[in-house]
Each structure stands twice: as C-alpha cells, then as structure tokens.
Design a protein around this ligand. Structure first.
Ligand code: MN
Length: 284
C-alpha cells in the first residue's frame, strides 16, 4: 500500500501557520496520508507549530524545494554554491524538526532555465554538497530524493538514466531518485522504462502530475502505463499529487514553474478527484 500525498500548493501559496493548518485540515478531510511542504524559504516555517498540526490531523510531512540562481550548488561560482549549501542544510534541519523523513525536489541544482549545458566544475560542486547533505540526512533518518525534471528547469538531470549516473558519481548508497510524470512526459521515451530502470530500491518519491499540471486524467499522460510500472516494481513509497494553477500562487515557485494559466479554481474538488484517480489506478 502506497501512502498518498498532496502538494501544499494545491491549497495554499505560503507556509504561514494558519495556511498550513488550513491546508492540513482539507487534505485530511479528503483522505490523504501525506502533505508535501514546499520549503523554498526554510526560515518561513514554524516547525514547532507545524509539526503539531501534522500530528493533529494525522498526516505525514514530506518536504521539497528547488534551489535558485543565487543558491545554485551546480554553479561554478563558489559564493552561490556556499549559499546553496547553507540553504540545503537549513532545509534539512527544518525537515528533521518538522518530523519528516523525506527531503525531495530539485535540490541538486537551481530550478531554472539554463542558457548553457552544465559544466564539469559545476557538476562536481553539486555532487560535493549533496554528498555532505546525505551524510547528515542519513544520521537523522531522512532520505534525500533527487527530482528528475525537464530541460527547462535544470541541466543536471533530465532523465532517469542521468539521475542514476549522478547517484553513481556520488558514491553514497542511500540517496534516491524522485520521478514525476509531468517531466517524464517531456524527456523520456515512455513511463515504464524509467520506472523500471530506477526500481523500488532507488525510487524515493513519485509525483503524479498531468501534462498541463491540471486535473489528473484530463490530459494525455499515460497513467495506465505508470500505474502498471509502479506495480511491476512493487513501488512501496509515497505517491504525491502535484498540480498548479494561477488560482493559488506562491510568488516565487509559481513564476519559476511558469504557472500562467488558470487550470482549476476549486482546490478541494481537484484534490479529491486526484485521490480517487490514484486509488482507482492502484486498485486500492
Ligand atoms: Mn514534481
């Protein structure tokens, strides 16, 4: 049985206490097990309050973030690498304090459109920071999962194979891969090969997103193949529904992800339909 999660931006555009509580209450009412917190600004999270709120609504926290130009650990600019290292370690502290065992997302590089391929020096800088971060994460029972995203959002890993190469280059055994159907649709040949290539041992997080980021099943992602492939590898981790619309805006993340259109306006209907869709597909 997979735990099923929902990304906070389905409901809220900030992580203030009242917003998080409101979001948890709705996610719990709909029947989710997990709520993913975007932590682009770790300082904004009141872990004391938020960890209690998760307990109150009996939901499990997961944490994700994307680095920015100024905190790009895959840069050749050592000031930016240092800023990214500090941000990631702060985010890991918050992950631990909020009681989560998962830190995922684009933590390997800036979530941005790059105007050149990655460089060897930048790639080595990214590996070096993630290696150190993984050491602390493992001591605190947190799993790092590196999200494979499309070419417009990173130049470090666009395919499952590139993520495996990166993990191989890291040389530490416990860093995992985070796949997302929205990105696989752009970069992979299909959905089964990447899922099987990563396998249950290395797949740390899985995002369900439609090709336009709206209602699951309303676009052209091959979810049938996705569900079958996850079953074939006996995927036991968390599946999180991720969707974005101009209806709910995080001033940073929404612009970074190019969320310009209104794809839905009723968060609760959207999230409730998504949960039904995922449960149906899993046959649970
Ligand atoms: Mn995602």
């Amino acid at each position: 049985m997979n735990k099923i999660g929902v990304h906070a931006l389905t409901f809220i555009g900030d992580i203030e206490n009242t917003s998080v509580e409101n979001c948890l209450s709705k996610a719990a009412k709909i029947g989710y097990d997990v709520m993913e917190l975007p932590l682009l600004n770790p300082d904004a999270l009141d872990t004391d309050f938020v960890s209690k709120a998760y307990e109150k609504f009996n939901l499990e926290p997961t944490v994700s973030l994307g680095l920015s130009y100024k905190t790009d650990i895959a840069s050749e600019d050592l000031d930016r690498v240092k800023a990214g290292r500090e941000l990631l370690f702060k985010a890991l502290d918050k992950t631990i304090d909020v009681g989560s065992s998962n830190l995922c997302g684009v933590i390997h590089s800036a979530l941005q459109k790059n105007d050149a391929p990655r460089t060897d020096v930048g790639y080595a800088n990214s590996l070096s920071v993630i290696r150190d971060l993984a050491e602390k994460a493992n001591k605190n029972n947190v799993t790092l999962s590196l999200e494979v995203v499309n070419r417009y959002e990173t130049n470090i890993m666009n395919t499952a194979q590139e993520a495996l190469n990166y993990i191989n280059d890291l040389g530490v055994s416990d860093v995992k891969v985070h796949l997302d159907t929205y990105h696989m649709n752009i970069e992979e040949n299909n959905y089964s090969e990447p899922i099987k290539k990563i396998g249950n041992d290395k797949l740390g997080m899985f995002h369900f997103g439609e090709n336009h980021r709206g209602y699951l099943g309303s676009g052209h992602i091959n979810f049938e193949e996705t569900f079958k492939s996850l079953k074939d590898i006996n995927y036991s981790g968390i599946i999180t529904f991720e969707s974005f619309s101009s209806e709910v805006v995080d001033p940073v993340l929404s612009n970074t992800l190019a969320v310009w259109r209104n794809l839905w306006s009723d968060s609760e209907d959207l999230a409730s339909e998504a949960l039904k869709f995922i449960k149906n597909g899993l046959g649970s």
